[in-house]
Design a binder for this molecule. Structure first.
Ligand code: GAL
Length: 654
């Protein structure tokens, strides 16, 4: 059974409301309630004085109504007394100063003093609640970012990280190539987090920055491990997760979730859908990405439940069908639990216009009714959580590429993220399941591996991709692959794509970083397709050309090549195209590999399948605001805006 949850803040409400709230949640069809993730000042109003009576009571009220809790550790928001009495717990910003207090998330998760207090509150909670039947799972902190803190403890920590990695400064200087601009480090205390103003990253040594990003990501992973170990001491069987989000400083999610039991995400798909058919707005990418953290099904700990507001103006109202449609889109991509943000819209505090399921009036409304419809529908599929998203296509992701690209943009408008999304969109548009994989993952069971922009080049990954192709698989490599070594320095003495040259059977004679300009290429069908951002001018060695540039001084030069490699194939894509390019390329690849595709799907309709011991379920989601009619399995199918139709393996519609 898919678990339905509600995000609830008992500390925001008069106790007189708790009983009725719990009864209404249960009536709506909820099973769990996520609580407590910001309530430190209520749990420990002053240093060392703990008060859990209110939380005991809230948990008891919910449990009386059959609702178990996902218990949040409250460490995102330390109480003000902690910051005041122990200023070394405050996070420092890029400007090298303590952050101004007054919002949330001001704590430095690396500070030993903060760890002491965070550890103590987590331990108090674990001692009291771990292993109790009311507790369904634990959420650690809230929406953790990579630890970009510049406080003295973090600065020292970065130095220790480097000492451990390089041993001595000669090795460090050599690896970083820091003789450029007299940047040689002669004493360890010259090393700082090197963040500088956000938009100025291009001036710093990329090798230094890459190591800094690695350190910052490792801090976040260590913090998660630190909290989870405390809880596990009290309940080795506790189910522990944390709610991820796509923030400014992305952590290395695969590393972060290694210590946790299940991946989780806060899912806020767009309320306003752009008209531009080239916009990459589908949340399907994010959902598949979250599934990759543990390479299995995941949870949504905050699911869009109402119009957004607060930090910006209030968004438009949610369209009819949106709450249910987006929730089922998440289930289609592997969510086994969905907790809706939030029960009732806050009446106080900064988020008083970030709407929950209920408005301030507390009256039943259209959104709550839609949640009830969703719960009834999912109750008719009790075996759904015994199915997975099974894919023959893998899209490789690595946090290293994300770090390197963010700090050293290659061409205006060209982002690692966009590359990934374009390939993902191509799969979605053809109704083909796709797994996003960390680079270290096994490729067994896949037929196609898509490798957008393997910029920081890992020779191990190259060797595994060669073996995969040799054994009959298809690999797709793109521009800006093979550029740098693992230290973040350029690979010398061989034409791009360097280590990928043998696999791809082509080389780059020159490149043209065209930025936002638009050009075209010709596909094998003779049709043309728009391209942008980057053009690698390719010369084939053992490969054959697959698509050609049509303009500038390189008209007629190959833009995409195809190489037979062992029993398999490798494509090299030297540019970035409009959506149609990926559709055309992937359609050919799927045909060659015998992967069933649905080329008749209209744009914006996503078809995903879950299968396993619980049966087979095909989800058809219209991620647009207009009705779509299209042929499917010899019949015509109609989907209303944001509608999800679900078909079982036996052909029944649910
Ligand atoms: C999330 C956050 C929640 C709440 C929500 C509002 O990012 O975890 O606490 O702020 O956004 O949409």
């Amino acid at each position: 059974m898919i678990t339905i949850g509600i995000d609830y803040y008992p500390e925001h409400w008069d106790r007189a409301l708790w009983e009725e709230d719990a009864a209404r949640m249960a009536r709506a069809g909820a099973h769990v309630v996520r609580i407590a993730e910001f309530a430190w000042s209520r749990m420990e109003p002053e240093e060392g004085r703990f008060d859990f009576a209110w939380l005991d009571e809230a948990i008891a009220v919910l449990y009386r109504h059959g609702l178990r809790v996902i218990l949040g550790t409250p460490t995102n928001c330390a109480p003000l007394w902690l910051y005041q009495d122990h200023p070394e717990t405050v996070q420092w910003g890029r400007d090298g100063r303590p952050t101004a207090l007054g919002i949330r998330g001001h704590r430095c998760i690396y500070s030993p003093v903060f760890r002491r207090y965070a550890g103590r509150i987590v331990e108090e909670m674990a001692r009291r609640y771990a292993g109790r039947p009311e507790v369904f799972a634990w959420q650690l902190d809230n929406e953790l970012e990579s630890n970009h803190c510049t406080c003295p403890a973090c600065t020292e920590g970065f130095r220790s990280f480097l000492k451990e990695k390089y041993g001595d400064l000669d090795t460090l200087n050599r690896t970083w190539g820091s003789q450029v601009w007299s940047g040689e480090v002669s004493r360890w205390d010259q090393i700082t987090p090197l963040l500088g103003p956000e938009n100025d990253t291009g001036w710093y040594n990329p090798a230094w920055m890459l190591d800094y990003e690695r350190f910052a990501a490792a801090c976040t992973a260590d913090y998660v491990r630190f909290q989870s170990e405390i809880i596990r001491r009290y309940d080795p069987h506790a189910v522990i997760t944390t709610n991820s989000c796509f923030c400014a400083n992305l952590p290395d999610f695969h590393q972060e979730f290694a210590a946790l039991d299940v991946a989780a995400y806060d899912n806020y798909p767009p309320i306003v859908l752009p008209e531009d058919p080239e916009a990459l707005t589908s949340n399907a990418f994010a959902l598949d990405f979250i599934r990759s953290f543990k390479q299995r099904n995941f949870w949504i700990l905050e699911q869009l439940g109402g119009p957004m507001g607060c930090w910006g103006p209030i968004s438009p109202a949610m369209e009819p069908g949106m709450l249910e449609g987006y929730a089922l889109q998440a289930v289609a991509h592997g969510a086994d639990l969905l907790s809706f943000f939030r029960w009732r819209t806050a009446a106080t505090g900064a988020e008083m216009f970030c709407h929950g399921l209920l408005d301030h009036s507390n009256a039943s409304n259209r959104r709550l009714a839609e949640l009830e419809v969703l719960c009834r529908r999912l109750a008719r599929m009790p075996e759904l959580d015994r199915t997975d998203v099974v894919s023959q296509v893998a899209l490789l992701y690595s946090a290293e590429q994300e770090f390197a690209f963010k700090n050293q943009p290659q061409s205006a408008g060209f982002a690692y993220w966009t590359q990934l999304r374009l390939f993902h969109d191509g799969c979605m548009n053809l109704g083909v399941n796709v797994d996003i994989l960390p680079e270290s993952a096994s490729l067994e069971g896949y037929r196609v591996v898509l490798v957008p922009t393997h910029f920081i080049t890992n020779p191990d990954v190259v060797a595994r991709l060669e073996a995969f192709a040799r054994a009959g698989g298809t690999v797709v490599v793109t521009n800006r692959s093979g550029v740098k070594d693992q230290n973040g320095n350029c690979i010398l003495g061989q034409p791009l794509p360097t280590l990928f040259g043998a696999l791809c059977g082509c080389h780059v004679t020159e490149y043209d970083a065209i930025g936002p300009a638009r050009q075209t290429l010709t596909l094998p069908s003779g049709e043309t397709c728009a391209i942008t951002s980057w053009c690698d001018l390719l010369e084939t060695d053992t490969a054959e050309p697959w698509a050609w540039y049509t303009g500038r001084f390189y008209a007629g030069t190959p833009a995409i090549t195809k190489n037979h490699f062992g029993a398999g194939t490798a494509y090299y894509v030297g540019t970035v195209g409009e959506k149609a390019l990926y559709r055309a390329l992937l359609l050919e690849i799927f045909r060659e590999q015998g992967i069933p595709a649905l080329p008749s799907l209209p744009r914006g309709v996503e078809v995903t399948e879950r299968s396993g011991p619980g049966g087979r379920y095909r989800f058809l989601f219209n991620d647009t605001l207009h009705t779509q009619t299209f042929p499917l399995d010899g019949a015509r199918l109609k989907l209303r805006p944001l509608e999800v139709k679900i078909q079982t393996g036996e052909g029944d519609w649910l």
